[in-house]
Structure formats: structure tokens, C-alpha cells
Design a protein around this ligand. Structure first.
Ligand SMILES: Nc1nc(O)c(N)c(N[C@@H]2O[C@H](COP(=O)(O)O)[C@@H](O)[C@H]2O)n1
Length: 290
């Protein structure tokens, strides 16, 4: 069973993993902490973008020799393939890590997963630690890879006609952002690097096919800004996963001012300056951490 120190380290790894949101795709946002043999934090890392070191590699580099005999606490199963980065399973073994604590198993592992191989090689491995909390960051990526279309968040202002900016909604955590004009841009301009090429426009015809094309381009999370139009096409096709609505208290004074929450449940309500931001998620999310 994970110790209190390991659970606290996992919470920190989950928080740190979110620094990769908006730039890691098509790779997942992952965080990792290294504890030395006495349980002290000696390294921390996250994955920033495809082609760069994985979270485990960054955390091990920060820990150096202090990792020997220690524990790696990581939000996603260490990979077991040599891709653009070396296999994390091999890096952990080389660094002399004695125990690996994992939140969520990687559904995309190629060949035998890192967890199976680490156990086979004699490393003590524990899986499922704070999986539901890790899902707060990994959930959209897991949903996207399970379905083959990006996780779609629809944000709009219930009481305003201009939806280009929804107060309280920050575009940086999303791979791509689209407004009602259909124009696509990265949430972090240039954040995914040069190989990530977005189509200029999101087609209004065949919304599912348009989303599949975005997935093929590497997009795992999409923010749709707008009260009506494009967003409604996605909603009607059951392709919206999350809704963010800004309310100013001038209730439903405009067409579209109602909350389209059929099939959704409110997951948070926050008061921000002069408005309220309501977040709602599907009642039947495709992915749930086990
Ligand atoms: N455990 C883990 N930590 C990370 O930091 C990661 N980015 C991943 N990603 C897994 O490896 C695949 C990407 O491999 P390359 O970077 O292209 O070599 C990705 O599909 C995940 O399965 N895993």
C-alpha cells in the first residue's frame, strides 16, 4: 500500500503534470516525482512536448545519483518503447529505482507495458494510486485516445453576444481553440513545436469527421468558443464532453442564454469578479479511472 509520503508525492506529480496541458499532444500530460531511499523528494519533472524527454526522464535527471534505491511516483504507466524518448522503464532500471508508484495504466502502451516489464525485472510496482485525481489532468487525453476524437469543451457567455473571450476560461490548457468563424489556432501559439500542423478551419460538414481529422493532426483537446452555431453542431452529435458557461446574473435575456445541461451534470460553480463560471460534464463520461 502506498505510504503517506508517496500519496503526497502523487498529488504533487498530478499538479505538476498539468504544466504540460496544451503542449504535450499527441502525447499525454504526465508528472513524476523521485523520492530517495529515505522518502525525501529529490527530483520532479513533467512532459512538455512530443520529441522531448518524458516526465520520468526529467525527474530522474533532476534527481541524479540520489535516485538510486529510491521510488518513482508517476501519474501514467512508464512507457516501454524506444520512440522519440528512451523507454522510461529502462531509464528507471538504469537509475536504480527500487519502487514505482503509478496512478493510471497507459491504454496505448506498445508491446508489454512498462508496469508488467518492471515487475518482471524485480521492481516493486504499485498501480492505481490516486487514479481518480490523476484523471483530472489525464482524463481528456484518455477520453480522446479511447474515442479517436479530441475531448471537446464548449465555453460561452450566457448573457452576452460576444463569445470570443469567456471570462475565467484560459485557452492555454487546450491544444486547439476554435471560434464561431471556424478558424483554428493553438491554445499556446507554437506550443506543440513545428511538427504540429493544424488545419486552418474546422469544417461545419460532418462534425465527427472534422474532429477525426483534428485527432489525426495530433489534437487531443479542443476548446469551442461560441453561443450557437458550430458548438451546437458538436453538441447535437454528442461530441461535447464539457461545458463552461459564464453567467452575469442578467438571466436568459438573450437567445441561447439558457444552460444546455441535458445529459450533463454541474461539476463546479465559481464566483469570479462580476460573474459566475459554471462547469458541467457529461453524466456518462467515456473514461473513468479504475
Ligand atoms: N509514462 C509516460 N510519461 C511521459 O512523460 C509520456 N509522455 C508518456 N507517453 C507515452 O509514450 C508515448 C509517446 O512516446 P514518444 O514520446 O513519441 O516516444 C505516448 O503515446 C504514451 O504512451 N508516458
Amino acid at each position: 500500500m502506498a505510504s503517506e509520503t508517496e500519496v503526497a508525492a502523487m498529488r504533487r506529480a498530478i499538479a505538476v503534470s498539468a504544466l504540460g496541458l496544451g503542449t504535450t499532444s499527441p502525447n499525454p500530460p504526465v508528472g513524476c516525482l523521485i523520492l530517495d531511499s529515505g522518502g525525501r523528494v529529490v527530483g520532479e519533472g513533467f512532459h512538455r512536448r512530443k520529441g522531448e524527454a518524458h516526465a520520468e526522464g526529467n525527474a530522474l535527471a533532476a534527481a541524479g545519483h540520489a535516485a538510486r534505491g529510491g521510488t518513482a511516483v508517476v501519474t501514467l504507466e512508464p512507457c516501454n518503447h524506444v520512440g522519440r524518448a528512451p523507454a522510461c522503464r529502462a531509464l528507471l532500471i538504469e537509475a536504480g529505482i527500487a519502487r514505482v508508484v503509478v496512478a493510471v495504466i497507459d491504454p496505448t502502451s506498445r508491446g508489454a507495458g512498462g508496469v508488467a516489464e518492471l515487475s518482471r525485472e524485480g521492481t516493486d510496482v504499485e498501480v492505481g494510486v490516486l487514479a481518480d485525481e490523476a484523471e483530472l489532468v489525464l482524463g481528456p487525453w484518455l477520453t480522446a485516445v479511447g474515442r479517436g476524437t479530441p475531448f471537446v469543451t464548449w465555453a460561452y457567455c450566457a448573457d452576452a453576444e460576444d463569445h470570443r473571450q469567456v471570462p475565467g476560461v484560459d485557452v492555454h490548457g487546450y491544444d486547439a481553440v476554435v471560434g464561431s468563424d471556424g478558424h483554428l489556432r493553438e491554445g499556446v501559439p507554437g506550443g506543440h513545436g513545428e511538427t504540429f500542423v493544424l488545419p486552418g478551419e474546422l469544417s461545419r460538414d460532418a462534425p465527427e469527421m472534422a474532429l477525426r481529422a483534428l485527432y489525426a493532426a495530433g489534437v487531443r483537446s479542443l476548446l469551442v468558443l461560441g453561443g450557437r452555431g458550430l458548438a451546437e453542431l458538436f453538441a447535437a452529435a454528442g461530441l461535447v464532453d464539457e461545458v463552461l458557461v459564464c453567467l452575469t446574473g442578467r438571466a436568459a435575456s438573450l437567445p441561447g442564454g439558457e444552460l444546455p445541461f441535458s445529459g450533463f451534470r454541474i461539476s463546479s460553480v465559481r464566483r469570479l469578479e462580476d460573474h459566475v463560471l459554471v462547469q458541467a460534464q457529461r453524466e456518462d463520461p467515456l473514461f473513468r479511472a479504475k
